[in-house]
Design a protein around this ligand. Structure first.
Ligand SMILES: *Cc1c(COP(=O)(O)O)cnc(C)c1O
Length: 401
């Protein structure tokens, strides 16, 4: 379904209901227009699709399995399937998008790639595909994040990327994003900016959602093989900017029987002042080129988010999700740092799978929901937890060290 009543696509100006658009400085207009007028023709061109599909298969390792989690299902008295994005090359779903965008950049004749990163996961996925294609790569990263995420900084450097420390503002993700935008303004013709989630000015949210939609495309096929029906009763995913959730929801957005559940990071608690639960705490505002929900003070200053997981530590949410929230098409729940930690240990002990801290938030809300045995619940296992082992050890097992 692609009509105007679809939740999938923004209108021609990039709006999902009241959210989206392209709020950009005049000096970025040319770059964003070039993308907007070309992206659909390029990504649906047969040669592009062939190369994209081949790389997803042979390089990223798709299709990822849809795994029936028996012991987790028993624990919650229902039927739970895990979509194993953690098994993708580089350890998370982010590679789906960076493969798509590096191919697009090539078709646009761009010879230089820039990206922003917080935890370093998007930076690593970007540095990876730049190495694959032999393209120059510059990743902007807040100085504070560089200190906190040293293994990912080392990975990016080994892959040949230049990591540019950002010392402005709070020295974290939103400042890195501002610096990347500044770089793009200064390099309007040779550079493509790979944004890592369904955020930013139109057409980024739509473009990234389309690249990530391979997740739900596969879920439909795999569920049909396993159960005889393509439709689950529930699809659950964690939300930072919202790309793994957008990819998991995409081909179910217009299937009203499928309950969509998005999980944000409540941090130390919704009322603690240290949270990243944007839909619960945010108001409409403009950040990084689009209108969406945004955590902000009374006078519109962006507030500093908090989550134990760096990938969910973002004060905004993509416009597609803001619209799903406003129209109540998706249910938005949240999990605290502590609840996420417990859920990560539960999955490790029940299924032998160590999830990323981000992903653990989606698992944590199983406790908040009541399922029946007949339900078919699909959870997007967005990434693996190797990168979070130090946190897991420090927070949960001080006596075992
Ligand atoms: C980056 C990341 C997220 C959050 O980003 P989304 O765009 O919301 O998907 C979630 N899980 C993992 C494993 C990540 O690396």
């Amino acid at each position: 379904m692609t009509g105007s009543n679809s939740y999938q696509h923004p209108n021609e100006h990039g709006y999902y209901g009241p959210f989206g658009g392209a709020y950009i400085p005049e000096m970025l207009h040319r770059n964003v227009e070039e993308l907007r007028t070309n992206y659909l023709d390029i990504i649906y061109e047969p040669g592009f699709q062939k190369e994209f599909r081949e790389l997803l298969k042979d390089y990223a390792g798709r299709p990822t399995p849809l795994y029936f989690a028996k012991r987790l299902s028993d624990r919650y008295h229902t039927t739970i399937y895990l979509k194993r994005e953690d098994l993708c090359h580089t350890g998370a779903h982010k590679i789906n998008n960076t493969i798509g965008q590096i191919l697009l950049a090539g078709r646009l004749g761009k010879t230089r790639i820039i990206a922003e990163t917080g935890a370093g996961q998007h930076g690593v996925a970007t540095a990876t595909v730049c190495a694959l294609k032999g393209v120059e790569c510059v990743v902007y990263m807040g100085e504070k994040d560089i200190e906190r995420q040293s293994p990912n900084v080392a990975r990016m450097k080994m892959l040949g990327a230049t990591v540019m420390p950002v010392i402005s503002g709070s020295k974290t993700l939103k400042d890195a994003t501002n610096e990347a935008i500044r770089d793009w303004i200064n390099h309007p013709s040779d550079t493509h900016y790979i944004i890592g989630s369904v955020v930013g000015p139109h057409p980024y949210p739509d473009m990234v959602a389309r690249f990530q939609s391979v997740i739900s495309e596969e879920i439909r096929i795999q569920l049909k093989e396993k159960t005889g029906s393509e439709l689950p009763t529930h699809v659950m995913a964690c939300v930072g900017g919202g790309s793994n959730a957008a990819g998991s929801f995409y081909h179910f957005l217009d299937e009203s029987s499928v309950q969509l559940i998005a999980v944000e990071a409540a941090g130390l608690g919704l009322d603690s002042g240290h949270s990243a639960a944007t839909t619960q705490l945010g108001k409409p505002g403009i950040l990084h080129g689009s209108k969406s929900l945004l955590m902000q003070t009374e006078d519109g200053q962006v507030t500093e988010p908090h989550s134990i997981s760096a990938g969910l530590d973002y004060p905004g949410i993509g416009p597609l999700h803001a619209n799903l929230f406003k129209t109540v098409r998706a249910k938005f729940l949240s999990a605290t740092d502590q609840e996420a930690l417990e859920a990560a240990f539960e999955l490790a002990r029940l299924e032998g799978i160590i999830p990323a801290l981000e992903t653990a938030h989606a698992l944590a809300v199983l406790k908040q929901l009541n399922f029946s045995m007949d339900d078919k619940v699909v959870i997007c296992l967005s990434g693996r937890g190797d990168k979070d082992l130090a946190t897991y050890m420090k927070e949960m097992m001080p006596d075992n060290l």
